[in-house]
Design a protein around this ligand. Structure first.
Ligand code: LLP
Length: 434
């Protein structure tokens, strides 16, 4: 656990989030429960925005809402003055319902559906991050019909390989995302887009992967992108007015990971603005508006999942399974990526460690083991178990597998809590059944 002012173990060995004992939240709202530390979310967003303002000036951050999307989070981003990244009609719809100013939205996707594009245009989405030749054509046609001109970025693949889990790597040569800079496709797409009268080519977007610890990978990407910007400007007379470097900053999941804090994230950003500033001067290019697009680092460590311990199964000389009331329906990441997390018994954090167990989910699938080989005190039925750093891509990737209902999401701040997303009911499960 990466302790901080708003998430710590109190003197009685109880986990507190936002000043509230986690077990009180579990009792009040039921389990499994996603708890989000709103104070931390706001701190990270402020740190990113302040660092950009102080070290570069012209820029902002967009929250990659695929990491966790609901009305409350869009409201928070609006209040903090952040932009958002949306990747589907559904995310646009949710942001719109939250009253988010969509001129601050960046619309991503390698296969935006025509109806999603229409909906985005109708809703006033500020920037399209274009990711295919088809999209250039469709967007030009739809904007011509509406008599509007749409700001776009072109998503490029700088070919920088960030070392992380292969499932979340998006910028290698073999990728469904982006136009490759190296192959010449990026230049081709930009020349095409720049010639369209209803598209306003504003600049480049790149996202080199997720859960990246190596700060140099981003600096390398800046180098490739500014080289490319120099070619565009000096050879083709096309200026890159905006440069969006995507997200991907890593967070703390287990003891092997660094314990980043807000200051550390500022350092990430400082590295990037410094690299960009010096490249711009050295390569004689237009100084672009600077954007980053973090998701995980904003909501990941803000999230804690609370469970109630149920059945125990001791397989002698093999393993002890401790089952909880959650599972792959509320966190698919362990089954999908072999992701690891840290856990504690929420009210017994100071109890001596007595055993190593694997925390199993309740789904009818052997692979539904949430937290493998974790060291705990001897847990009893009814104990509240807390898993840390679940806020990104946890609830966002939840499902109704086995017709389990998705948990509630509760936000905490200054000893207050509120339901941001209510727990589903069985009626929700059959709502669309005919
Ligand atoms: N921008 C773009 C274009 C992206 O594709 C992503 C993540 C982000 C920003 C945000 O990256 P972050 O700061 O959150 O690393 N489901 C996987 C993660 C997939 C990430 C997809 N793209 C997981 O659970 O680890």
């Amino acid at each position: 656990m990466n302790e901080r002012a708003t998430m710590k173990i109190n003197s009685q060995g109880k986990l507190e989030i936002g000043g509230i004992p986690a077990s009180d939240l579990a009792r009040r709202y039921g389990t499994p429960l996603y708890v989000m530390d709103e104070t931390y979310i706001r701190q990270v967003v402020r740190a990113y925005r302040d660092t950009i303002a102080r070290t570069y000036g012209d820029g902002n951050m967009a929250y990659a809402s695929k990491a966790f999307s609901c009305k409350a989070i869009y409201r928070i981003m609006q209040e903090e003055g952040a932009c958002i990244d949306v990747v589907s009609g559904g995310e646009i719809y949710t942001a719109k319902a939250a009253g988010f100013d969509l001129s601050l939205a960046y619309f991503h996707g390698n296969n935006k559906l025509e109806e999603e594009i229409e909906f985005a245009l109708e809703s006033g989405v500020g920037t399209f991050v274009v990711d295919s030749y088809d999209e250039i054509e469709i967007l030009e046609r739809l904007c011509a019909a509406r008599g509007t001109r749409q700001k776009i970025l072109i998503r490029v693949n700088p070919g920088v390989e960030a070392h992380t889990h292969t499932f979340v790597q998006t910028a290698t040569v073999d990728s469904k995302f982006g136009f490759s800079v190296r192959s010449g496709e990026a230049l081709d797409a930009i020349l095409g887009a720049a010639s369209k009268s209803h598209l306003d080519f504003a600049g480049l977007h790149s996202h080199i992967g997720s859960q990246i610890f190596d700060k140099q990978a981003f600096v390398l990407a800046v180098d490739v992108l500014t080289d490319f910007a120099a070619t565009l400007e000096h050879t083709h007379g096309i200026a890159v007015r905006e440069l969006n470097l995507g997200g991907g900053f890593a967070i703390h999941y287990t003891a092997e990971d660094p314990r980043y804090n807000v200051e550390e994230y500022c350092e990430y950003v400082r590295n990037l603005t410094r690299a960009l500033e010096s490249d711009v001067a050295r390569k004689g290019i237009t100084r672009p508006y600077f954007m980053i697009e973090p998701g995980r680092s904003i909501v990941g460590e803000a999230g804690v999942t609370l469970y109630t311990v149920g059945a125990r199964k001791e397989i002698r000389d093999v393993r002890t399974y401790l089952a909880v009331d959650g599972g792959m329906f509320e966190n698919i990441r362990p089954a999908l990526y072999d992701s690891r997390y840290e856990v504690v018994l929420a009210d017994r954090a100071f109890d001596p460690i007595e055993e190593t167990v694997s925390v199993a989910g309740k789904c009818c699938e052997s692979g539904d083991v949430l937290y493998k080989d974790v060291a705990l005190p001897k847990a009893r039925r009814g104990d509240v178990l807390a898993a840390f750093s679940t806020g990104a891509y946890g609830y966002a990737m939840s499902s109704n597998y086995n017709r389990n209902i998705t948990p509630a999401v509760v936000f905490v701040r200054d000893k207050e809590s509120y339901v941001a997303v209510r727990r589903q009911t069985y009626d929700d499960l059959i709502r669309n059944d005919q």
